[in-house]
Design a protein around this ligand. Structure first.
Ligand code: ADP
Length: 522
């Protein structure tokens, strides 16, 4: 036992001035203090720094923190300095003499924490220098960088296990990431050589955020009225491409909204200026690409509105999570249109060459689309996506809080759809399935002879768009599957069997017209 939770709590008060740990922090710290290698899966802003800083204070020697971003490293060390915790960093911004001085001081035990950029670990000489220190723990920030399956692979992260080997005594390892995929988590355990790690998924629920998905509306209209309603609030509008950022920015200007703009195609100077203006509330609205936000700690962002759906849930939650850092109620809106899926597919094709990785990216994109179509509590969907659980629905997302949503039995519609998918031999996309159910006279439907199927026109009293919505809901809920690739095909998942046989019902809170008169489906 390295220390007790009482001691940890006392340090939290003394150094950080906080009365309590967040529930997730408590578990992670208790695990480390109990002497276990620990993998903490926490969102950005979830408070992971304290999870290793406080145990470091309770251990004798210098904890090494591997961190990928030079600017964040400096901020962390400045922050620790200001509360009286001795810490320093080593990265490429220092001269060799400065590095040696810091290591000498560390060897004398003058620092509790030493932040190191991973690239340093590639030098054998540096590893030898570090082996002179007493190192009780290595904390690895952004640990997904060790995985080729992560979105940010850094070869030098694989040197962390070399560092461990160089040290005379094996330190404890505490790794942190906000990535959800199992493959990446397995890689972290494997490549960092964690020993029987305790794994905690914590902190993903943010109860001051209310999530909304808007579908099938004119996006620009929704955007302008949202901004008008929030005229005195600071907010970020994310768009998928630079071009879209530029167009929205111009559009808002024409609408008389004073907005800033930020994307990677602007000069460093322009971006720095835009960022400053936003940080100091000179402009309230920032229209930005995903290049905006890394390391920006503006606490009073009252809303984050996604004009386009991002490529996956990690990206979405990281961006949306920039709202309400101060704990005050804040809104996260996502404006969905099917076109967003095409944009993201195109971007995946452009940026990922390896077919396995492409398939993974498509899968994650589908999970993002599922978020837009799920009838469940959106906050619960997010927490589950990251591997956690929530006891109760959030009560404030657009699925929980819409008074016009009713608990509806859609078993019959589900059966009609499943049976049509089956009769089309599970070989076609959802638009064609919907067209057949609608009884469309479209060329493709007739050419394929689908007007002969018993399911043709089975849902003719509904709008084709509503049928597509239902199919998407059934995909989001795991009754149907979409194959990966450019032209996804709808297939039945195993969960559909019990519904088709009438053993199970499908009941959801959704907006739907009354079901048409029942007909046999098989
Ligand atoms: P991360 O490293 O996970 O992105 P940080 O460690 O920077 O997040 O923490 C995010 C914010 O939450 C910081 O402002 C931090 O001071 C605050 N914070 C962390 N733990 C607590 C706590 N137990 N009580 C209150 N605020 C906390």
């Amino acid at each position: 036992m390295i220390g007790t939770m009482q001691e940890a709590q006392a340090l939290l008060k003394k150094y950080y001035g906080y009365p309590d740990f967040r529930p997730g922090q408590k578990k992670v710290i208790a695990s480390i203090l109990g002497g276990s290698d620990t993998l903490g899966i926490m969102p950005t802003g979830g408070g992971k720094s304290i999870c290793y800083q406080i145990p470091a204070l309770l251990m004798s020697g210098t904890t090494i923190v591997v961190s990928p971003l030079i600017s964040l490293m400096k901020d962390q060390v400045d922050g620790l300095d200001s509360i009286g915790v001795p810490a320093t960093y080593i990265n490429s911004s220092l001269t060799y003499a400065q590095v040696e001085t810091r290591i000498r001081k560390a060897a004398r035990g003058e620092y509790k924490l030493l932040y190191v950029a991973p690239e340093r670990l590639e030098h054998e000489r540096f590893l030898e220098l570090l082996s002179e220190l007493v190192v009780p723990m290595i904390a690895v920030d952004e640990a997904h960088c060790v995985s080729q399956w992560g979105h940010d692979f850094r070869p030098s992260y694989t040197r962390i296990s070399d560092l461990v080997r160089h040290l005379p005594n094996r330190p404890l390892l505490a790794a942190f990431t906000a990535t959800a995929t199992d493959r990446v988590r397995e890689d972290i355990v494997l490549h960092l050589k964690l020993r029987e790690p305790q794994v905690f998924v914590t902190g993903f629920a943010r109860d001051n955020l209310s999530f909304t998905v808007v579908k099938g509306e004119n996006k620009r209209d929704v955007l302008t009225s949202f901004i008008r309603e929030h005229a005195s609030d600071a907010g970020i509008i994310y768009a998928a491409t630079r071009k879209e950022v530029d167009q929205l920015y111009e559009y808002l200007k024409r609408q008389g909204v004073a907005a800033g703009r930020y994307h990677a195609g602007m000069t460093d100077k322009e971006r720095a200026e835009a960022q400053e203006q936003f940080l100091y509330d000179e402009v309230r609205v920032m229209v930005a690409s995903n290049a905006f936000g890394m390391g920006i700690d503006k606490s009073n962002v009252r809303y984050v509105l996604h004009f386009n759906m991002p490529k996956n849930m990690e990206a979405y939650y990281q961006e949306a999570g920039r709202a309400g850092r101060d704990g005050e109620p804040s809104e996260c809106q996502l404006l969905f249109s099917p076109q967003d899926i095409h944009i993201q597919k195109f971007l995946i094709e452009q940026s990922v060459a390896d077919p396995d990785r492409q398939a993974q990216e498509y899968r994650r994109l589908q999970q993002m689309a599922d978020y837009c179509h799920t009838p469940q509590c959106l906050q619960r969907y997010i927490v589950r996506y990251f591997g956690g659980e929530m006891e109760e629905d959030c009560g404030q997302c657009s699925n929980c809080a819409s008074p016009d949503l009713e608990l509806t039995d859609i078993t019959l519609e589900a059966q009609q759809i499943f049976s049509c998918v089956r009769r089309m031999r599970e070989r076609f996309g959802m638009m064609l399935v919907a067209a057949v159910l609608k009884g469309s006279r479209a060329k493709k439907v007739l050419e394929m002879g689908f007007d002969e199927l018993s399911t043709y026109g089975l849902m003719k009293s509904r709008a084709e768009k509503d049928i597509v919505d239902l199919i998407q809901l059934l995909i989001a809920e795991g009754y149907l599957q979409l194959t990966e690739g450019k032209y996804p095909v709808v297939k039945l998942a195993s969960k559909a069997a019990a519904v088709l046989s009438g053993e199970e019902k499908v009941v959801h809170r959704i907006r739907i017209q009354a079901a048409p008169a029942a007909r046999d489906v098989e």
